[in-house]
Design a protein around this ligand. Structure first.
Ligand code: DGJ
Length: 679
């Protein structure tokens, strides 16, 4: 990792890529290169390309990532270069700040770049500073714009979806147009996810150039991908959706979230490797922390939570090797003889104490029971929400997010607390801190089951910042706490959330056959150790599809395994089989979570942590007419690999060229192969 500079030129180098910026003829910062490594001498020969942060003004007619209006109603920016700073070291990375300003108005604009010695990611973000004595209106401030070098053609890769069907990969020709990927919902969303990839239409899983970027933001966001009539392509992106403005008062500054870019010359698979490594090393809050095998009671009991039933489930969960037992929604609220609390969707959110009708002596008897069984204990919370039928709402109606003269929209019978208020965030922290301090809680599932509505301009950003602040404070006070992020499944999966949670609840759809595509999309950017994946009942509660237990396990074992079925309905043979799979999972967990992940087509995945190799392959239905063997990747061609279950040995070269046979061609068949390089 290096940052080299000479007047008007900056070159950032990562282990396998380089990024160069130079000042253009108008004095503005422009992208000169984003691709393979270069020397400073080579970078010097490159012209200044598209703007690093396209502004409004002059003869620019494309997407403006920075739009401002000054007190006299004049808009736009005319660039003036002030200087630069370089700081950092070889461990935390080098941080370049290119300091810019408007030529006339009192606005300073810092463009930030951060590179690290062991990551191919380039972090970029922007800071605006009002150094005048009147307010400036910020109409749009993106984190960064990323320009892709000129190619004959371009292809866009992104994910789309909905509740229960998140992260569906779409790969389409990029039109000569502006393509907007966005969430206006106040969370990163089920319908899109804040990352984007472009290639020249020629990249494959293993070969070709891919340019990608992901935003570290968990609220509304917008990435506008542009292919113009001159044949250029790139994107600008940042927090907030269109129309949301920000008042920058005198002396105030606005810092955007980080927008991280990754260049891969090794196709989409190579992009995935770089993202996974970067997130595991530099984004996750506690790198290397082992994800426990979780049991979660949601699909088993729904809102019908009782101490006795949870204790019964805990015993069964412990019996199959579960390490952490989580009580989901329905444990809280209520006052004996006064109101019932959280017994369904319509009441109790906001009242974060154990329901005395359900837990007459608090949570301690259940927690002690769980601990005696050798497991740790976790709890579901949804701190941002409130039901109108709750004690919190009755005492603090003014805490709800709403606007004068507007209806307060209810979604799932709930309203949101105005988390942009420091008193609300302070209250949420105090409740959670009290819960975790007074109960032996090792794990929180932090859910958010409705979008943000009726929010004023500045709430959209301040709300998310306070969500972050509460989680950060909680983690600092309870460093051993593990947190799972959730928003009705995978509605808030992004680098912002992953910076403060160990894992994400990927989807409420736990049908193993449908999960394969959801997990395929999730894993394009986010690593397997963060991908919450439960084994639930058959037939599946959402889709009605019956599948064998082995298939359900083999799909869930490719992430952070959990069990979410009603174990009281599993017969002894199922429980015995489940115990066997949990044992096997614990053996492969370090390889799945820390190893390199290679997708072997759509129906198999390989994890390699030399000398260990794990291959999971699935055939969800016989309609998937994939008959060719599963060919492995990245092995030592001269090595021999021993099958840990059969004792057979295979040549590395043959595993890569001829492969392993596919699982038997019936519906819902699957296989786990564990190989170890023997020499
Ligand atoms: C939505 C989550 O995705 C589910 O797993 C569950 O926690 C419910 N909320 C509880 O209300």
């Amino acid at each position: 990792m290096t940052i080299e500079t000479e007047p008007g030129l900056w070159l950032l180098t990562t282990p396998s890529s380089a990024y160069a910026v130079r000042l253009g003829p108008d004095g503005g910062p422009r992208c000169a290169h984003w691709g393979p490594p270069l020397t400073l001498d080579q970078a010097r020969a490159l012209p200044a390309g598209p703007e690093e942060l396209p502004v409004e003004g002059g003869d620019r007619f494309g997407v403006a990532g920075l739009q401002v209006r000054y007190g006299d109603a004049v808009r736009g920016v005319e660039w003036r270069h002030l200087g630069h700073d370089i700081e950092g070291d070889d461990v935390d990375g080098g941080h370049l700040t290119i300091r810019m300003a408007d030529r006339h108005y009192p606005l300073e604009i810092d463009l930030h770049y951060l590179v690290r010695p062991d990551s191919d990611a380039v972090d970029r973000w922007t800071t605006l500073r009002n150094i005048g004595d009147g307010p400036i209106t910020v109409l749009r401030c993106d984190s960064a714009a990323w320009a892709v070098p000129r190619r004959e053609d371009y292809r866009l890769t992104h994910v789309t979806g909905e509740w229960g069907a998140e992260f569906q990969v779409r790969r389409t020709a990029l039109p000569v147009a502006e393509t907007v990927l966005t969430s206006r919902r106040g969370h990163s969303g089920h319908h899109a996810n804040p990352w984007v990839m472009l290639d020249a239409g020629d990249a494959t899983e293993d070969r070709g150039e891919v340019w990608s970027a992901a935003l570290a933001w968990s609220g509304s966001w917008r990435i506008t991908v542009e292919r113009d009539h001159d044949g250029r392509a790139g994107w600008s992106g940042g927090f907030g959706h269109e129309g949301v403005t920000w008042r920058l008062g005198p002396g105030e500054s606005l810092e955007t979230p980080v927008f991280t870019g990754v260049y891969s010359a090794e196709g989409f698979g190579g992009a995935g490797h770089r993202w996974h490594d970067h997130i595991r090393r530099h984004v996750l809050p506690a790198p290397g922390r082992v994800r426990p095998v979780v049991y979660n009671s949601w699909e088993a009991t729904g809102f019908d939570v009782s101490q006795a039933r949870q204790m019964e489930l805990a015993e069964l969960a412990a019996g199959i090797g579960v390490e952490l037992f989580v009580v989901d929604d329905g444990w809280f609220g209520g006052r004996t003889g006064v109101f019932a609390g959280r017994t369904g969707e319509t009441a109790g959110l906001g009242d974060w104490w154990p329901n005395p009708d359900r837990f007459p002596d608090g949570l301690t008897p259940l927690i002690d029971h769980v601990k005696r069984l050798g497991m740790r204990f976790g709890l579901w919370v949804e701190p941002e929400s409130v039901n109108p039928d709750s004690e919190l709402y009755r005492t603090r109606p003014e805490w709800v997010l709403r606007q004068p003269n507007r209806r307060a929209t209810e979604v799932r019978d709930q309203l949101l607390l105005d988390f942009s208020r420091d008193d609300v965030a302070g209250w949420a922290y105090a409740r959670l801190d009290e819960l975790v301090t007074h109960n032996d809680i090792a794990f929180l599932k932090w859910d958010m089951n409705r979008p943000i509505t009726e929010a004023g301009d500045e709430v959209w950003v301040a709300y998310i910042r306070n969500v972050y602040a509460v989680i950060d404070r909680l983690r600092a006070a309870h460093p051993h706490l593990t947190i799972e992020g959730c928003a009705s499944g995978g509605g808030r999966a992004d680098l912002g959330m992953l910076a403060r949670t160990e894992q994400i609840w990927t989807s409420d759809n736990t049908d193993a056959a449908q999960r394969i595509a959801i997990q395929h999309g999730y894993g394009q950017v986010y690593p397997a150790c963060t991908m919450g994946a439960w084994v639930t009942d058959s037939p599946n509660a959402l889709t009605g599809r019956p599948t064998p237990l082995a298939f359900r396990f083999h799909v869930a074992m490719s992430g952070a395994l959990g069990i979410g079925g009603d174990l009281r309905r599993w017969d002894p043979a199922d429980l015995e089989q489940a115990k066997h799979f949990v044992e096997r999972y614990k053996r492969i967990r370090p390889v799945v979570h820390e190893g390199r992940m290679d997708r072997l087509g759509d129906w198999a995945v390989q994890y390699t942590l030399d000398p260990h190799v794990v291959v999971l392959s699935w055939r969800p239905t016989t309609l998937v007419r994939v008959t060719a063997p599963v060919r492995l990747k990245g092995l030592d061609p001269d090595g021999r690999y021993r099958d840990e279950d059969t004792g057979e040995t295979h040549h590395g070269a043959l595993l890569m060229s001829h492969g392993l046979p596919r699982p038997w061609p019936f519906d819902a068949t699957s296989e786990l192969k564990r190989l170890t390089r023997a020499g």
